[in-house]
Design a protein around this ligand. Structure first.
Ligand SMILES: O=C(O)[C@@H](CO)OP(=O)(O)O
Length: 550
């Protein structure tokens, strides 16, 4: 085919990966499990429909899995076709690969368990770490057969064609078009609902840098290493006499930016379900209200003094969960939204518990401290939530893509925060404050391990939320109440808190729900059983509603 003819032919080809599915939203692999679209997934499909309204398509090829069919239906009105409706062909060869033992696993967990390179090999070729499912050759054969027998002939007939399918199928077709090795085993990072036009595929693929993408994933998966490198760099700078007095608002900004990036890819539209979850409400009431107030009452009864270790511990118990917890939950393979719910609810509860705890332990007017904590904690979380929701409404495809691709930026922003805080540390206070700081970081993990829900899909999120307190609020309260020891302990606590992220990364494996657990179908809206592979099209329950113009 001459170059120009090829360009002309490809300019009539469009390919789109379905909108966000329930599995995509929690960073898990659906493969041939029939994960439906999320609310965001539907908005994304609507956006594509809007962008291509008025464009004529002759033929649409659709994967039979619900997430692709729903997307195609929203873009092309398959169930209510008009006069200009394209011919619709549901083709089993466009199903996502059956990923065998990787199915319903968290991507971050798989990357940590097998290493990034091996994970990429498994997803984009073959690897002994993936058992069962389809081999890459089987996937390649069926997609190639579709490409040769259906797609190219339709394009050669001069038709304008759209393929609505899945990430690994569309990426494989891109490789066929560009005549690249099908198993070059790296991810092309195709985002949900991004419409690819055939003649622009070259620049899309060229922009993906294999090495850099693997580095970005490495940063997310190995965040404890990156955090600790930040700690080491900050401490070395401090010892070398580098003093950088960073404004607390810059530190706050770093935290907020990191959480905004994480929030870009979580299902905020569904927040009410998680925020009103009874288990979460109970756990927040116990952990952030009852426990700190009861502990502060004991401190008051002992009359230990406002800067005693016991009083400082009471303040930490009242401290809400930090927005950082969301980034950590994402890195560890949590569901993220339950962590967000705990961050939001605990920052609301903090107004009450801080008032009680500070009143009981410091014995002074704590109203300004409480007001500032409400503004910097509740206010920041709420503002970030509203901002990201608005972004997701306006640009649902770009915002989710941004959040998906930039998890590593969130980790790097937190690392910058760690470096700057370490430069502020008063190293002479090591003997006075470090033991209390270590005690608090370890103690909070013990409390989290005790209070997390047992054998629940949200156990990992419970643990993560309770483990990462919003130290920033404590620093502000300490400054406002003139409590020097409290401020120093707060800053020193960051060190063991991030060092212990190695422990959290190891411990997380006991807290996540296994992919074969019977609870996943309900959580992810999946049918209880896998659809039989190779099912004839006539057994597809949706078939009668597909306009049969072929
Ligand atoms: O199977 C899945 O979950 C992903 C692969 O990561 O593909 P898609 O979302 O496109 O179906």
């Amino acid at each position: 085919m001459a170059g120009q003819d090829e360009q002309e032919l490809l300019s009539r080809l469009f390919m789109v990966r379905h909108g966000e599915s329930t599995c995509n939203s929690v960073h898990r692999i659906a493969g041939q499990r029939d994960a439906p679209l999320t609310f965001l997934g539907r908005i994304q499909a609507e956006k594509v429909a809007k962008g291509h309204r008025g464009r004529h398509f002759d033929r649409v090829y659709v994967s039979p899995l619900t997430r692709a069919y729903e997307t195609a239906n929203m873009i092309f009105g398959i169930d209510a076709p008009d006069a200009d409706a394209p011919e619709v062909v549901i083709d089993e060869r466009l199903m996502e690969r059956d990923f065998g033992s990787y199915t319903l696993e968290s991507k971050s967990i798989l990357q940590r368990r097998h290493g990034i390179a091996e994970y990429e090999r498994a997803m984009n070729a073959d690897s002994p770490t993936m058992h069962g499912g389809e081999t890459f050759q089987q996937l390649k054969d069926r997609v190639h057969a579709f490409y040769e027998e259906e797609l190219l002939p339709a394009l050669r007939r001069g038709e304008v064609v759209c393929v609505v399918s899945h990430k690994y199928v569309v990426e494989l077709i891109c490789r066929f078009i560009l005549a690249r090795p099908a198993d070059e085993s790296y991810d092309l990072r195709l985002p949900n609902s991004q419409m690819l036009q055939g003649d622009r595929i070259h620049s899309y693929v060229k922009n993906e840098n294999k090495t850099m993408n693997m580095v970005y994933d490495w940063i997310v998966v190995n965040h404890p290493v990156v955090f600790c490198a930040g700690l080491a760099a900050g401490l070395l700078g401090n010892v070398a006499g580098l003093r950088l007095s960073t404004s607390p608002y810059l530190l706050l900004l770093l935290l907020v930016l990191a959480s905004v990036i994480t929030m870009c890819r979580i299902e905020l539209e569904n927040a009410r379900t998680f925020v009103t979850d009874r288990g979460t409400l109970r756990s927040v009431a116990l952990r952030y209200l009852a426990l700190p107030i009861a502990f502060a009452a004991l401190v008051h009864w002992w009359d230990a003094g406002g800067s005693s270790t016991a009083a400082i511990t009471a303040v930490f118990l009242a401290t809400p969960s930090s927005v950082v917890a969301m980034t950590v939950s994402r890195c560890l393979g949590g569901l993220i939204m339950p962590t967000f719910a705990q961050v939001l609810l605990s920052s609301l509860a903090a107004t009450v518990s801080f008032s009680a705890v500070l009143g009981l332990t410091l014995h002074e007017d704590v109203a300004p401290a409480v007001a500032i904590s409400a503004a910097t904690s509740t206010g920041v979380v709420t503002a970030a939530y509203l901002l990201v929701r608005r972004l997701r409404e306006r640009s649902p495809i770009r915002t989710a893509k941004y959040g998906e691709r930039n998890g590593y930026v969130a980790v790097l922003l937190l690392t910058a925060f760690i470096v700057l805080v370490c430069l502020k540390l008063d190293l002479d206070g090591f003997a006075d404050y470090a033991p209390t700081a270590v005690g608090i970081a370890v103690g909070l993990r013990l409390v989290a391990a005790l209070l997390k829900r047992r054998r629940h899909v949200q156990t990992l999120d419970d643990y993560t939320a309770m483990t990462y307190p919003n130290v920033f609020v404590v620093v502000i309260i300490a400054a406002l109440t003139g409590n020097g020891p409290l401020e120093q302990v707060a800053i020193w606590t960051l060190l063991p808190m991030f060092v212990l992220s190695f422990f959290d990364s190891w411990y997380a494996r006991f807290l996540v729900v296994a992919p074969d657990d019977a609870r996943w179908p309900a959580v992810l809206g999946l049918p209880a059983h896998r659809p039989a592979r190779g099912r004839p099209a006539s057994e597809d329950p949706r078939e009668p509603s597909v306009p049969a113009r072929s």
